[in-house]
Ligand binder design. Sequence first.
Ligand code: NAD
Length: 501
Amino acid sequence: MQTLGNLINNEAVAGRSERHATVYNPATGEPRLYVSLSSADETREAIAAAQAAFDSWSKTPPLVRARVMFRFKTLLEERRDEVARLITSEHGKVFSDAQGEVTRGLEVVEFACGIPHLLKGEFSSNVGRDIDSNSLMQPLGVCAGITPFNFPAMVPLWMLPVAIACGNTFVLKPSEKDPSATMLIGELLAEAGLPAGVLNIVNGDKEAVDVLLTDERVQSVSFVGSTPIAEYIYKTASAHGKRCQALGGAKNHMVVMPDADPQQVVSSLMGAAYGSAGERCMAISVAVCVGDEVADKLIGMLKNEIGQMRTGPGLGVEPEPHMGPLVTREHQQKVSGYIDLGVEEGATLVCDGRGFKKVEGYENGFYVGPTLFDRVTPQMRIYQEEIFGPVLAVVRVDSFDEALKLVNDHEYGNGTSIFTRDGDTARQFEENVQVGMVGVNVPIPVPMAFHCFGGWKRSVFGPLNMHGPDGVRFFTRMKTVTRRWPTGIRAGADFAMPTMK
Ligand code: NAD
C-alpha cells in the first residue's frame, strides 16, 4: 500500500519517520493507504523551507501574489471533482456534498484574489501640521495551520489563500484521517506558480503539532478541531509568543417557534442534522421545540422523512445516498455508544441508527443510520456533549425565553438558528443569543468567505476568526507610519511629465 509523505518546497518527499497511520475508505471499511507521521526533525525542515521562502515572497507585490491565486482558482475549478472524489474516498461524505465543500473553499480563494485591495491600509493627511500618517499591513512570517478531518479541503482553504496572499509562508498539518485531498490542493498551488517553500505540508500527529506550537520561527497558529485540543493549542501557542486562532467543537441548537412553517422546518432540519452524517461543526444536533404541539408534530414528520432516507457509500451507487458513513470505525463506535447512553439516560429513542441494514457490498463500512431522540433534557450527556454523528436530540420547552436560556447556557456557541415567521421574536433572538453564527430561517448559517467564520464561548479560542476581514487582520501585522518632510522640492518646479525613475 502507498505511503503518503510530505510536500516540501513544492516536491513530494517520502516520510522518514518510523511511524505511520492507516487511512481507510469508510464506505467499505478497507484500508486505502498509509500516511507518514512526521518526526519533529521533519517538521523543523518544513519550517526551515517556509522560513527560507519568506523574504522573497513577502516582498513580492500583492498583485503578483494575487495572480497566483487566480491561477489556483482556475485549477481548483477544473479539478474540483478530483478533489471531491478524494474527500469522499477518505472522509465518506457523499460526492455532491464533497463538491459543495470544495466550492465553499474556492470562495475563500476568490476572496484572496482581491488581496491588493484588502492590504491597502489607511491614510490620514495632515494629522499634524505638514504631517501625514498611514498604516502598513505586513505579513507575519511563517504561519502554521492544523486542520480537522471533517473538511479536508474547505478548512485548509479557510487559512491558506488568505495567509499566503498576505505574503506569509505556511506549514500545514492536515488531519491524518483523510490527508489526500489536502495534498492535492498543495500540488495545485505549486502548479499555479507558488514559489517553492511558500507552502509546505507535513503529515503527522501530536509530535509534528507540538513542534509547530513551540518552534520560535513560527509566528502564528491557526487551528480547527475539537475543543479540548483547541484549548491546548491556544494555551501552548500563546505561551510561546505566537498569535493563535483556535476553533473548537459545537452543539448547535435550532429553536422552532409555534408559528414556524412545519414543512420548512423539517426539510431544513433533515439536511442540517444528517447531512455529512452530522460530521459538520455547523450541523444542528438539538431541535428546541417551543410547546408540546410543535414537538409532537415535528417528531411525526421527522420520523416519516427519516424512514425514507438512504444511507450508503458516497460514490458508486445510484441514486446517491443522502448520507454516507462516519470517518473511522472508532468514531462509528463512539457515536453508537452515545445512542446507548441516550437510552440509559432516559431519552425516548424514536429512530435508532444502530445496526440498520447496510447496502450490499458495503457491509463493513463505518455506518450509523439517522437517529432521533425525543424528550432529551439538559442534564443528559447526550445533550451536553458533542456527538459529531447523525444523532438529533429534540428538547421540549414552554417559551421563547426558556429556549433562549437553554442556548445561552450551553458551553458551546458555534452556530444556532431560529425558525419563526415573527420578526420581533427573530430580532430578540439575534440580539440576545450568545452564539457566534446565527441563522433566521436558515438552518446552517455558515458565513460567506468575505465575512468571518467563528463561534463564541468554548467553540473558539482567540479574538480573530477565519477568513473575511478577520483573516486579513490575523495574517498581517499593522505598522503605522507618521511622516514629516522638513525640506521638500517646493524650492523649484519640474515641468516635465512625472515618471517613475
Ligand atoms: P481533532 O481535535 O481530533 O483533530 C484536529 C487536528 O488536531 C488534527 O490535525 C489532529 O491531528 C490534531 N490533533 C489531534 N490530537 C492532538 C493532540 N493531542 N495534540 C496536538 N494535535 C492533535 O478534531 P477532528 O476529530 O479531526 O475534527 C472534528 C472536530 O473539529 C469536531 O469537534 C468539530 O466540531 C471540530 N470542528 C470545528 C470547526 C469550527 O469551525 N469550529 C470546524 C470543523 C471542525
